[in-house]
Write a new protein. Structure first.
Length: 672
């Protein structure tokens, strides 16, 4: 029997041949697959990863972030490491590496993890590292960390190079500061006020004396002017090592010359001759300029990392206020200190260097000649605070800011807030003149005046019959001004004060009290304000500005720190520009102030060298009781220099402040 083949299907023999071929191919593919599996290397975990396990394992990002967070906290205890390295070992190595870096903080920010080329079980990530170093310096760089996937967990490969790429085993990081050069404070002529000047450091070396008690007693006596405590000095000498220099006091060379013989005779005394940055004299504008010295713990704690123990900074005055400007920005260097090898220690490798930025000078308007005269004038006021401010009339520049030796370091010249007393009568008179007062009009000056039950009196109960106002001004008659006070009610007195600069919007680059005059609310308030009492407060600076305005004939805002930071007082009540006064008002005020010197309460200034002086005295009561305390004032000008003298608790302007003004002018213009 024969079969005819269908054209749509192979014959039976052909079908069998095709089946055998397919079977052979399948078997061959299976053999190849088994061979490939047998050839694949084993993973570090001892497990053979497959395509399925590799694609299903988690990313190492979470482990990288955990490591970065641990580093930022300086605590590696919660991290697992390759090869079973204990976290305690990593912590110990990290602490040793970073100990001399002296960093205050570190922030580590990781990038996303990426596979490591050539290692299917490893991933790595870039770490952005930012250290805060001493002096608030910032050191930023990139590092890297690698992790291995072991037994279902990502483990960190620890090595010192993770912390900084240049580090090898046993290396450490070291921080070194590069100090900036401190700039100085300049006067109005551009000359340095703070400069290196010779000083003598007086101390005791314990090994050089056989009688500590005698040494301490004699040295205290030799330096009695400086208040050295002998008991405290004795205690410090006994507690010191034999060869240690026990510092007692540092004196300028001229001051040391006055005690050199007595100090040199004390057994155990050691002298060190040095140079220190100092002002021209011990008293020269000391409250304003301030001092520079080693930082205290309190300064370090409050500096937010700018300072560390041993640094030098401004401690008071302008030196402190503008410390960052004057002190500049310190630089730094970070080195890798290599471990010793083969009996030698390689030189350190610098991995970060930032050069220091030197400080910028602070420019002021001070005049050394005028400042010296002001300091000398106040040097004799040793039992109460005193101050003197001088302003150059033509420019408004403050050329002297002096405080007496008993000011306790407080800058009364700029910051005192005290009643001006009769010195304020310049303001009241300006308001009266604008209201049409004729200074030749008789104005009674009784011993006392009573306003709404409140009795006012003249200084030491003086009285004048019925003199012209010109005489009332020269003799500073309080009751005459009270009698006229109804003519300057409302805002007349505050407005007149601002026109002269008291309470006006001015800023001199350092804190200063501009003065404040309130609108009187009652007849009693008005009476008190009319002669500088009540709520009226001023500083010597604000009164000196007012007198300079009178001398000039127009208001100019004062200047002191030329390149300083200035207050914005636009939002205050004093922001309005002072209203100008007629020139006739200033002409009359100057004439009245001259009468004070020629025939009034400041005749002590009549013979002052240097030309005619215009002035006004002030005696300001404060406190309660039948006999309240008083402040003494003298304000005036001569030529191009206006000034205000203030003595806290001074008896009167004429007897206390005026003689100081005379001394100031005598030193300023010595006899030819």
């Amino acid at each position: 029997m024969s079969y005819r083949q269908s054209p749509l299907s192979p014959s039976g023999r052909s079908r069998r041949r095709a089946s055998v071929t397919v079977l052979v191919v399948v078997v061959a593919l299976a053999v190849v697959a088994v061979g490939l599996l047998a050839w694949q290397p084993w993973s570090t975990s001892g497990k053979q990863p497959t395509a399925a396990t590799t694609s299903s394992r988690p990313s190492s990002d979470a482990s990288v972030r955990a490591f970065a967070s641990a580093w930022s906290k300086h605590d590696f205890s919660g991290i697992s490491y390759v090869a079973g390295v204990p976290a305690s070992q990593v912590q110990a190595e990290y602490d040793a590496i970073t100990k001399s870096l002296e960093a205050t903080s570190v922030t580590v920010t990781p990038d996303r993890a990426q596979p490591v080329a050539g290692n299917g079980d490893a991933e790595g990530a870039t770490l952005h590292v930012r250290w805060t170093l001493p002096g608030a310096a910032i050191w930023a760089y990139d590092s890297a960390v690698e992790l291995d996937y072991v037994d279902g967990e990502w483990l960190v490969k620890w090595a010192p190079s993770v912390i900084e790429p240049h580090l090898q085993q046993g290396d450490t990081l070291r921080f070194s500061s590069k100090p900036a050069k401190r700039a100085t404070i300049l006067d109005g002529a551009g000359q340095a006020l703070i400069a290196d000047r010779p000083v003598v450091d007086i101390g005791v070396e314990p090994s050089k004396t056989t009688d500590v008690t005698a040494t301490a007693t004699q040295l205290s006596a030799a330096l009695s002017k400086y208040g050295i405590d002998p008991a405290g000095l004795q205690k410090r000498i006994k507690a010191a090592p034999p060869d240690q220099f026990v510092e007692v006091i540092t004196l300028r060379q001229p001051d040391f010359a006055l005690v050199a013989t007595a100090v040199g005779a004390v057994p155990g005394v050691v002298l060190r001759h040095l140079d220190q940055p100092l002002s021209p004299s011990h008293d020269f504008a000391r409250s304003l300029l301030g001092t520079v010295g080693p930082v205290t713990k309190e300064i370090v704690d409050a500096s937010k990392g700018r300072y560390r123990a041993g640094d030098v900074a401004g401690l008071s005055g302008l030196e402190k206020e503008y410390d960052s400007m004057l002190g500049g920005t310190p630089g730094y260097e970070v080195d890798v200190v290599h471990a010793s090898a083969g009996g030698s220690t390689p030189l350190p490798t610098a991995v970060a260097v930032k050069q220091p930025v030197d400080g910028q000078p602070l420019r002021t308007t001070l005049d050394q000649r005028v400042q010296n005269a002001a300091d000398i004038a106040l040097s004799s006021v040793t039992d109460q605070p005193s101050a003197l401010v001088a302003v150059r009339v033509s420019t408004g520049e403050i050329v002297a800011v002096a405080n007496g030796p008993n000011g306790g370091g407080y800058d009364n010249a700029l910051l005192a807030q005290a009643p001006p007393g009769s010195a304020f009568k310049i303001v009241t008179t300006a308001a009266l003149l604008q209201g049409g007062l004729d200074v030749n009009t008789p104005v009674p000056c009784p011993q006392t005046v009573t306003v709404e039950g409140k009795q006012f009196h003249n200084y030491e109960n003086e009285t004048l019959d019925n003199p012209p106002f010109r005489t009332d001004f020269a003799q500073s008659c309080n009751t005459a001004f009270i009698g006229l006070s109804s003519r300057v009610g409302g805002s007349a007195l505050p407005d007149a004060a601002r026109s002269l600069g008291i309470g006006a919007c001015w800023s001199i680059g350092t804190p200063a009290y501009r003065g404040g005059v309130q609108v009187p609310k009652t007849a009693v308030d008005l009476a008190a304000t009319s002669f500088g009492q009540g709520s009226t407060l001023v500083s010597p600076a604000s009164l000196a500005v007012a007198v300079a305005t009178v001398a000039r004939g127009s208001y100019l805002p004062p200047k002191l720190v030329v390149n300083g930071r200035f207050d914005d007082c636009k939002s205050s009540t004093s922001s309005a520009s002072p209203a100008p006064m007629p020139s006739s008002v200033f002409d009359t005020l100057r004439s009245l102030m001259r009468d004070v010197v020629t025939a009034g309460t400041a005749t002590v200034l009549a013979d002052a060298p240097g030309g005619p002086v215009m002035a006004k005295t002030g005696t300001a009561e404060y406190g309660d009781g039948a006999n309240p305390k008083t402040h003494a004032w003298l304000v005036g000008y001569q030529g191009d220099i206006a000034f205000a003298v203030y003595v806290q608790d001074g008896k009167s302007g004429g007897t206390v402040a005026a003689p100081l003004a005379l001394k100031f002018l005598q030193v300023l213009t010595p006899p030819s």
